[in-house]
Design a protein around this ligand. Sequence first.
Ligand code: SF4
Length: 262
Amino acid sequence: MSGKNQVSGEKARKPIGRPLTGAAAAAASAPKAKPRKAPAPKRPGRPRLVDDAAVAAIVRELHTLYPEAQTALLHEDPLQLLVATILSAQSTDVRVNEVTRTLFRKYRTAADFADADPATFEGEIRPTGFFRNKTKLVIGAARRLRDVYGSEVPRVMDDLLTLPGVARKTANVVLGSAFGIADGVVVDTHIRRLSFRLGITREDDPVKIERDLMRRVPREEWIFIGHGLILHGRAVCHARKPRCSVCALATWCPRNGVTVSA
Ligand code: SF4
């Protein structure tokens, strides 16, 4: 194609305006600086430990908030609480109670659980999850109770820890809530989260958290503090969205308004 109005490619690429000189030309030819990233939002670090007076005030406030605090697992005797606690791993208390309402009518003694047909038992506890493993643990614990402890749940931590499926958390639940024995502090997911946020501990490991709770909370409160923190964790200090603006413990809490994780 040719003619007067044809625009050549060369002509089209010609720069518009006067050529740059001096500093302006140097600046134009210099490699472009990368745009700066906006600084990442600050994540809260480990909360400071609160002092003993604050721990005492937190315990007092928990008593005011939850005067009737106790385990939500339905049970009528230590054996039922032991079984319910084993079933509660990775499950909810509501789900466990739905299952045990029927289960405890059928299995009444350690021997009943010990002699349970595993396949049948698996079906009966299935809604609590991990039903195969829990079946082994419950039947195994019941056999040991029957064969070694005269079908009674022992009241001693070291004896409880010999039962399949029983670690310190379950043993503390049974000792505290079935026998009223304060030999340690229950550390579950709520207690772990709240004792950390509230600055009672800076540990992540449940055994070390329990050790801190036992050191910082008077023994006569060991059973209560577990129940109180669990209830507060469920009602207010949720894992993902703690409701700090309505929290009665906010006065003492180092994470008041800043908790986004942990
Ligand atoms: S102030 Fe917030 S982070 Fe602290 S205990 Fe209350 S809800 Fe949890």
